[in-house]
Design a protein around this ligand. Structure first.
Ligand SMILES: [Zn+2]
Length: 67
């Protein structure tokens, strides 16, 4: 029994435990999904600034609707 203990971090997106090793290619995120969500939030922040004024009165469709 010489198994090394790998460090575990919390996914920044969903706070799930993520083993810091080769089995977690998306670390510090637990999955590609969480990584993409995080990147998406950054992108949305960028878009929100120029579009905020134009779309003030525009009601956004709910999630899941095709665009
Ligand atoms: Zn996650």
């Amino acid at each position: 029994m010489t198994e090394k203990k790998k460090p575990v971090v919390a996914c920044p997106q969903c706070s799930k435990d993520v083993v810091w090793g080769d089995e977690s290619p998306y670390r510090p995120f637990c999955s590609e999904r969480c990584k993409l969500i995080d990147l998406g939030q950054w992108a949305n922040e960028d878009y929100r600034i120029p579009l905020a004024e134009e779309q003030e009165d525009f009601e956004l469709p709910g999630p899941g609707l095709p665009q």
